[in-house]
Design a protein around this ligand. Sequence first.
Ligand code: NDP
Length: 313
Amino acid sequence: MEIIWYHPSQSATAWIRGLQQRLPQARVRAWQPGDEGPADYALVRSPPAEMLRGRATLRGVFALGAGVDEILKQLEQHPGMLPDSVPLYRLEDTGMARQMQEYAVHSVLTWFRRFDDYQLQQQQACWQPLPPYARETFTVGILGAGVLGQSVAEGLKPWGFPLRVWSRSPKTIDGVTSFAGRDALQPFLQGTQVLINLLPSTPETINLIDQHFLAQLPHGAFFLNIARGAQVVEADLLAALESGQLKAAALDVFQVEPLPEAHPLWSHPRVTITPHNAAVTLIDEAIDYIARAITQDQAGETPQGRVDRQRGY
Ligand code: NDP
């Protein structure tokens, strides 16, 4: 069995060593331009078109992350780069769910306990206790109820906030209210005090979070974006922060990354920024997951995590 690997910025060493240990019958190599040798599986992040094109023996491609928007965009730009018959898989959880829980719990508690307000007051040496928010109306609404959205809901449960999710299809999650489909978006947003975005980036969700969308939240709501920057119209986000429609935002992802130095989001007093690392791919967990999936595929079973290319996630 031949496995090729490509990542534009990571070293291949740990990946190849780990894969080789877990799949001793395989030959694993880092793909280089010009390599047209045999390949049964490809493990990739932003692969050049020539890496995948024309590979008749390929049985599966594994994206080295949870989101596949980037690779689907590449497939669109390069017709024939990967036939529809070759399954594309993504990473499900592999340690990212816990990282997302940490980020979400941190942000929600910061806002609920008004630590952001106290941080601003401290800059003025201002000793001023502020009225607390009521837990029973501090509703957290999660856009996306997939692997990561549901996990974030679970992580927030111990804190007792009302929880709701919005997804394409209805969900049954103990202690969480499910809203599904476009018609349910308005009622979902109207009752959401803290909005957490965990949607995949697809043609349907790009620029979804705009002025009209944000205007449906209660005045003074909070926004956490840990999914993709392409889903947010940043000028509208800034306007909502300026007007007080949004009280604060925590942002991990942006339309342009790295976020340009002169971008007004950097210096907004109500915005906190992280450099697209809300949940990173953990190599050992990812290798375990991919090795298991390849073993299943070799045994004629269906591995989990197959992407529906038409749907876009
Ligand atoms: P999943 O595919 O498991 O879940 C996606 C969820 O979004 C599903 O509940 C789906 O609904 C819902 N959804 C998709 N399209 C729509 C739509 N048009 N309207 C309503 N709901 C929709 O993905 P994950 O939870 O694993 O990951 C989510 C995203 O998080 C990734 O795509 C990636 O972009 C981002 N991410 C960001 C990271 C970071 O560091 N910033 C790290 C990892 C991931 P349904 O259940 O009905 O299908």
